[in-house]
Design a protein around this ligand. Structure first.
Ligand SMILES: Nc1ncnc2c1ncn2[C@@H]1O[C@H](COP(=O)(O)OP(=O)(O)OP(=O)(O)O)[C@@H](O)[C@H]1O
Ligand SMILES: [Mg+2]
Ligand SMILES: [Zn+2]
Length: 508
């Protein structure tokens, strides 16, 4: 006798269909599971034995073999308990219904409770793509799974619920499709709360408009963190597809709130300098996504940049360049997307007041240089916009004049993004920050006087070829914000002003 049940496995972000095949022949009772790593098999067998005992079912009276196909693919996790249990019940005639378009995933505890799993949304989407019409999974994952299209979701708390349902003794209602409430779609922090700081806000707007990475240097309390936190609120609205992508990554990391399971706003991940390389870009034996992937489609915020371990920062270079990170392990490779806007903040020196017109810096020249040199040039090279944030002026703070709202800024950002979408149609490039050297001449045309200005700056300031490209890209974004075709002088002036930290701090 033979039975077959559909399930889904997961490795990294990649879910794949798994078929659980069970067979029984007469003979000395024996229970074998093949197709899973050793330790997982032992644990799964123990749980299944316990639950069959609890339910008073005699499912293991014979030579029982369970195979998880395809055998060639590594299966990790405890989500196969439930499908194995169902396969055994089908084999033993406890249930007798058509299940070819139905799949099961879930871990069981010893008393038959179905325990939550990570990665539910990825698995649900894969199930649907493989023709599954009904999916039974842990109750705690049901809301998340219901975000997928064209598949009926049944959230289960205990194995007996499924048995009763499949034996037609009770009704189960499928999970209604989860629709996030309106308040989950808005950002709680708004640029309207930030008084003054006109030039910092302008730079941030340009950064958001072209998805340029940005570094803010300024004394303690000047509002760097406050500004950074508000950046997601001016980025284009997260699309449903982006929301699903980001949710899948958060789900694999086990960071989903079962009650509000969709990531409905652009993520803002603030990372402290004590983070490890694996914590930042991902890692572990079963590779988990790092902070840069949790920030996918949003902002990765590195506060106190010089305090980060140099090697940790170096690990960011490739992922920032590619928008994707590949983690290779003996067990296989996993890739996680990481399209992020990098936002970094730092004090200019150990005491924080270097360059502050109002307070005296107490550091020696040597200390300042050593502090700044902790950030490697290759990392700085990937940050298109670098600005100084001065402490807010008393008048700005005290008058409490109404400030521009995030919504107003976001509108201009969106318009600039629309221009970019049109420009890069069919190229795979998403924003000006990703302009490649082969097209830069074409897409960044300068008016004659803009060209003359850039030339004199290049000679006069001793700009490198890299800095030159960076200025062009940022100037392109300034022009898009202004809605003009060719880059003019004022765009170049603005773009150069976003680079003068180089000279003030790093190349003194
Ligand atoms: N422009 C501003 N408008 C209103 N409040 C401000 C402004 N700038 C700073 N503040 C207030 O000062 C607090 C400190 O700012 P914030 O923590 O962002 O500074 P920071 O530059 O990140 O400092 P640190 O270097 O210590 O991290 C803010 O939480 C806010 O209450
Ligand atoms: Mg801060
Ligand atoms: Zn100092």
């Amino acid at each position: 006798m033979f039975s077959k049940i559909n399930s889904v496995g997961l490795f990294g972000l990649n879910a794949f269909p798994v078929t659980v095949e069970a067979s029984i022949t007469a003979g000395q009772p024996n229970f074998d599971v093949v197709g899973l790593p050793d330790t997982a098999v032992q644990e799964s067998k123990a749980r299944i034995r316990a639950v069959t005992g609890q339910l008073g079912l005699k499912l293991l009276n014979g030579r029982v073999t369970v195979n998880l196909a395809p055998a060639s693919v590594k299966k990790i996790g405890s989500m196969f308990d439930l499908p194995i249990m169902i396969a055994l019940m089908k084999l033993g005639g406890v249930i007798d219904c058509e299940l070819s378009d139905t799949a099961f995933i879930g871990e069981m505890s010893l008393d038959g409770q179905i325990a939550p799993i990570n990665g539910a949304l990825s698995m649900t989407i894969t199930a649907e793509q493989n023709g599954i019409k009904r999916l039974f999974l842990p109750k705690a994952n049901a809301k998340e799974a219901s975000a997928a299209d064209n598949i009926e979701i049944y959230g289960i708390e205990h194995i007996t619920e499924i048995v009763n349902f499949l034996q037609n003794r009770t009704l189960l209602t499928p999970e209604p499709r989860y629709i996030p409430s309106a308040e989950r779609l808005v950002y709680r922090e708004d640029f309207a709360d930030v008084m003054g700081q006109t030039s910092a806000k302008k730079a941030i707007e340009v950064a958001a408009a072209g998805s340029h990475n940005i570094l803010m240097v300024g004394p303690p309390g000047s509002g760097k963190s406050m500004l950074a936190k508000r950046i997601p609120s001016i980025l284009p609205k997260i699309t449903f597809a982006e929301s699903i992508e980001t949710t899948q990554i958060h789900s694999i990391a086990g960071l989903i709130n079962p009650k509000e399971p969709l990531v409905t706003t652009r993520p803002f991940r603030a990372v402290s300098h004590t983070i490890s390389g694996a914590g930042l870009v991902g890692g572990g034996t079963i590779p988990r996504p790092g902070e840069i992937s949790l920030a996918h489609n949003g902002v990765l915020f590195l506060d106190e940049l010089p305090e980060f371990d140099r090697r940790t920062l170096e690990t960011l270079r490739q992922p920032l360049e590619n928008g994707e990170i590949l983690i290779s392990r003996a067990s296989g490779s996993v890739s996680y997307p990481c399209e992020v806007m990098l936002v970094a903040a730092m004090n200019p020196c150990p005491c924080g007041n270097f360059g502050n017109p109002k307070k005296k810096c107490t550091c020696t020249e040597k200390m300042v240089t050593a502090y700044l040199n902790r950030i490697s040039q290759p990392v700085l090279d990937r940050i298109d916009i670098q600005i100084e944030v001065k402490p807010v002026e008393y008048d700005d703070l005290s008058t409490r004049k109404a400030q521009e709202t995030s919504a107003q800024i976001a509108e201009r950002v969106q318009r600039a993004r629309d221009i970019q979408a049109e420009r890069f149609k069919g190229t795979g490039i998403k924003s000006n920050s990703r302009i490649t050297s082969d097209i830069i001449g074409d897409v960044c045309r300068l008016t004659p006087d803009a060209d003359a200005l850039l030339k004199s700056a290049f000679d006069g300031l001793g700009l490198s070829a890299r800095a030159y490209d960076r200025i062009l890209k940022v100037a392109r974004t300034c022009a898009d914000l202004a809605g003009i075709k060719d880059i003019n002088k004022s765009c170049i002036t603005q773009a150069i002003s976003f680079r003068n930290l180089d000279r003030k701090y790093w190349n003194r």
